[in-house]
Write a protein that binds this ligand. Structure first.
Ligand code: HEC
Ligand code: HEC
Length: 283
């Protein structure tokens, strides 16, 4: 089995490096003031699996890297402005806006993105940021939930993430969240699809290599939601998971499904210690 997976990846790998590849030693400072940790020691649970953890930013071209270094150049910031307008707009049967209960994001959302997905005691479940936002919309505002990876949702996630930029990702994987984390871990190492490839076959065994026209990263999610030059919008992590599973020619799970929630918790925990970068820029 191991042999088969290796040949499947080998068939996709490209030998020659492509021009304009990232400078893997570059450092990310946003707006000349927010110093991001894009490479650091792995968390204890990854010992032996990865020598160091690295943000996807390090694997992008110089040009793409630069786009993320200044908010005026970062196209993802347009959506943050849109989300600020949504934050202040009353919707639903209760006539409330996010601001009615949470005031300004700067005062209420500091550090929030860094600890999600997070166990919610009252609901007895692990919640992603998107689940929590929709819970507030439905149960606090009496409004329709947003589409899980739709534009309103990714924009709101980006607005909230801004208040954690530069802080280390620090999701809890013990206590009541542990069983969900274990499920996510199992998924990460399960081979999917006709290609019989796991997340780990690409993002743990082959990061740094070229695959088709792409420089393979560790598949970290500290930068999500991510502005992709490819589709010119913000993308949620579950949309990315879906694309990666589909690339193995497997039936994929749905964004917001319990499977992807578990996978998100696990993948987030692989980045514990990297800075929250969202909204980041990728190709
Ligand atoms: C009627 C009041 C109300 C409204 C309106 C409301 N929320 Fe909430 N929100 C809450 C309460 C109560 C909590 C739970 C507080 C807690 O347990 O930390 C919460 C929690 C949250 C959290 C999690 C914070 C954390 O520390 O984990 C986020 C994120 C959030 N809300 C976002 C939003 C957004 C975005 C909107 C608008 C779309 C919104 N909320 C509208 C009352 C509201
Ligand atoms: C066939 C190889 C392959 C497999 C298997 C694969 N991916 Fe990917 N993934 C890629 C490529 C190529 C990219 C784009 C370049 C990059 O960022 O690594 C990517 C990008 C990503 C990104 C975006 C990283 C960023 O910084 O923007 C995430 C997150 C991700 N993958 C997660 C996963 C998860 C979780 C799985 C397992 C369900 C998975 N991938 C399986 C090839 C793969």
């Amino acid at each position: 089995m191991k042999f088969k997976a290796m040949t499947a990846v080998a068939a996709l790998l490209v030998a020659a490096p492509i021009m304009g590849m990232a400078d893997e030693e570059a450092e990310l400072v946003v707006n000349g003031e927010i110093e991001m940790v894009t490479k650091t020691e792995p968390p204890a649970h990854l010992e032996g699996a990865l020598p160091e953890i690295m943000s996807g930013w390090r694997f992008r071209s110089d040009e793409t890297q630069q786009t993320q270094m200044d908010d005026f150049d970062n196209p993802g910031m347009i959506f943050v402005d849109q989300a600020q307008a949504a934050w202040d707009t009353a919707e639903g049967s209760e006539g409330k806006s996010c601001a009615s209960c949470h005031n300004e994001p700067a005062s209420s959302m500091e550090g929030v993105r860094a600890v999600y997905p997070k166990w919610n005691e009252e609901a007895g479940e692990v919640r992603t940021l998107a689940m929590q936002i929709n819970d507030c919309r439905e149960n606090q505002m009496g409004a329709e939930p947003w589409k899980y990876t739709g534009n309103e949702m990714t924009a709101m996630e980006a607005l909230i993430s801004i208040e954690s930029r530069g802080m280390p990702v620090n999701v809890a994987i013990d206590g009541p969240a542990q069983s969900v984390w274990e499920e996510g871990k199992e998924m990460y190492y399960t081979r999917y699809g006709q290609l019989e490839l796991s997340c780990a076959n690409c993002h743990e065994d082959n990061y740094g290599n070229m695959i088709r026209a792409d420089h393979l990263s560790q598949g970290q999610i500290n930068g999500f939601p991510v502005y992709r030059l490819k589709n010119a919008k913000l993308n949620g992590s579950h949309a990315r998971f879906k694309g990666c599973v589909r690339d193995t020619r497997a039936e994929t799970f749905k964004p917001g499904s319990p499977e992807f929630v578990a996978l998100e918790l696990y993948v987030a925990s692989r980045g514990n210690g990297l800075s929250v970068e969202a909204p980041s820029v990728r190709n």
